[in-house]
Design a protein around this ligand. Structure first.
Ligand code: ZN
Ligand code: ZN
Length: 131
């Protein structure tokens, strides 16, 4: 196969957010790539969907190659740190900012009324029987 073998390294800045706590993340990523670009005058250059990269005259288009290399290097679940504790399930606070974060009263005030009913089940039954 006649062509040009391209080998390279590219660095890119990745911007995203932590999959657990949504903290913005920006990190440097370096990817390597290698691809054979065949001369455009050969038969298979006519079909652009065959996965073969071709030279366009004396030029070669690195963009698809670079994009694929960077996408493959992206982390599946980016994290701000390896052991990110995520967010508080009750109030949404970022636990990494406040490791001692805790709630004194684990009962949501909206359900406080139900707790009172739960403590007096007999009385509740009695009321229903009287009706
Ligand atoms: Zn995080
Ligand atoms: Zn909380």
């Amino acid at each position: 196969m006649e062509g040009v073998l391209v080998t390279g390294t590219a660095s890119a800045v990745l911007d995203g957010e932590c999959a657990r706590c949504l903290e913005p993340i920006s990190e440097q990523s370096e990817v390597t790539f290698q691809e054979l670009f065949v001369y455009g005058d050969q038969d298979y250059s006519s079909d652009e969907d065959n996965g073969v990269s071709t030279l366009e005259g004396d030029l070669l288009d690195l963009e698809p190659l670079l994009r694929d290399a960077v996408v493959l290097a992206l982390p599946f679940r980016p994290l701000c740190m390896d052991d990110c504790p995520g967010l508080c399930v009750e109030c949404g606070a970022r636990l990494a900012d406040d490791p001692d974060h805790a709630h004194d009263d684990p009962i949501d005030p909206r359900w406080a009324g139900l707790t009172a009913l739960q403590q007096e089940p007999d009385e509740q039954d009695q009321t229903q029987q009287d009706q």
